[in-house]
Design a protein around this ligand. Structure first.
Ligand code: GDP
Ligand code: MN
Length: 379
């Protein structure tokens, strides 16, 4: 789960990272009053979960409260990479002497939380990685002892942090690290971390991405979720206890088990089709859950066929078949459905599916080919 800048800053501030928290506003008038309270000049910043807001016109300086209201009016409603801006952050404007990039990621290859640092801050790190990879330092942290003082010194030297700010830089890195570890993050970055003209370190922009699987441990962070920026279908799936990721293809997939779902998507592609989603319905797929999955899949107007691939273990094939037939009868919209059920009670499932005139398949290759054929004949 990605957190908005102002939420990420809340977490960093809790762990002692120096920054101007500012105030959020959803109307120009609120932005004006925030600027009055904060004291102009301020910066007005679009709160959307995409990078490059500055370049897209989503970050603007304002010299007076009236100016802040005008900038907010320009930014609210702006479309940044297909996201409409609803909220802005109003914060004291900083005078920048230098911008740095400082981030922590979970590096799966190194099996360690890893520092990424660059003196070319402000620009996206992916850009620096392409154009000037030598300008980036990567430093893996020990999984048990974590961030060590010699490592913060090493990063400070690499970046060329002025000597009088090295102690403060240590505070920033420790705070970033604690924010990462204590919120079970996958990524925490400050970009830019700046040295101001009056010689202070400040985190001007922040981005934290949380590990979804660890969210149940953090009810306070779950509340930071921004439902405005999530796919409605993914929200519905989470509520139904279904793992779902929307994609751009035409073949809806309903599968039990994440690995089997991945395999199903691969075989759809191999057969010349494009999956419309990843969907793992989980264990014991009863009629109500199957119905919820159908609704979520068919809510996507691109879907022209559904491939149902169920491996019966504890889940019995005939129960799933009944569930499919029952759930299908409640649907508003119908598309060709190809069903492959194997494992426990697969034989008992067959007559149920045949009676409901669903397309059946014995192998996964066959199922994928039939789903692709159904889409082709329908268009
Ligand atoms: P991003 O484009 O989405 O990463 O948004 P940022 O918050 O990083 O802002 C983009 C750029 O705007 C920064 O790299 C700075 O150069 C500039 N900027 C942001 N806040 C301030 C500020 O308070 N004062 C000044 N002078 N520039 C700012
Ligand atoms: Mn930034």
């Amino acid at each position: 789960m990605k957190l908005q800048e102002y939420r990420s800053k809340e977490i960093l501030a809790r762990h002692g990272v120096p920054l101007h928290a500012g105030e959020v506003a959803t109307t120009p008038d609120e932005a004006r009053r925030a600027a009055e309270r904060i004291g102009a000049p301020v910066v007005v910043k679009a709160q959307v979960l995409v990078g490059g807001r500055g370049k897209a016109g989503g970050v603007k300086l304002a010299a007076t409260p009236d100016d802040a209201a005008e900038r907010a009016a320009e930014i609210i409603g702006l479309d940044i990479k297909d996201t409409a801006v609803k909220t802005v952050l109003v914060a004291p404007a900083a005078e920048i002497a230098h911008e740095y990039y400082l981030g922590l990621i979970l590096d799966r290859a190194a099996k360690a939380i890893t520092v990424i640092a660059s003196a070319e801050g402000g620009v996206e790190i992916e850009e620096t990685a392409r154009t000037n990879p030598d300008a980036i330092l990567r430093l893996a942290l020990h999984p048990l002892i974590g961030l060590q003082p010699y490592q913060t010194s090493r990063v400070a030297f690499f970046l060329g942090i002025p000597a009088e700010l090295r102690k403060d830089f240590g505070t920033v890195m420790q705070g970033l690290h604690r924010s990462f570890v204590e919120s079970d993050a996958d990524l925490a970055e400050i970009n830019p971390l700046v040295v101001t003209t009056d010689g202070r370190l400040l985190a001007l922009d922040a981005k934290i991405v949380l590990d979804d699987s660890a969210l149940p441990r953090h009810p306070d962070l779950e509340e930071m979720r921004d439902l405005n920026e999530e796919e409605p279908s993914e929200i519905a799936a989470r509520e139904a206890g279904i793992s779902f990721i929307k994609l751009d293809g035409t073949i809806g997939c309903m599968v039990n088990g994440a690995g089997l779902a991945m395999t199903t998507m691969d075989l759809v592609k191999l057969a010349g089709g494009e999956p419309a989603n990843f969907l793992d319905i989980g264990g014991g797929a009863k009629a109500d859950k199957v119905a919820a999955a159908f609704r979520i899949i068919l809510d996507d107007p691109n879907v022209q066929a559904i491939l149902i691939n169920i491996f019966g273990g504890i889940t019995r094939g005939d129960e799933v078949a009944h569930g499919i037939v029952e759930a299908r009868s409640q649907l508003q919209r119908d598309v060709p459905m190809v069903v492959r059920i194997v494992g426990t009670n697969a034989e008992e499932a067959k007559p149920i599916l045949a009676e409901a005139s669903l397309i059946t398949a014995d192998s996964l290759d066959d199922a994928a080919a039939k789903a692709v054929a159904a889409v082709r004949s329908g268009t």
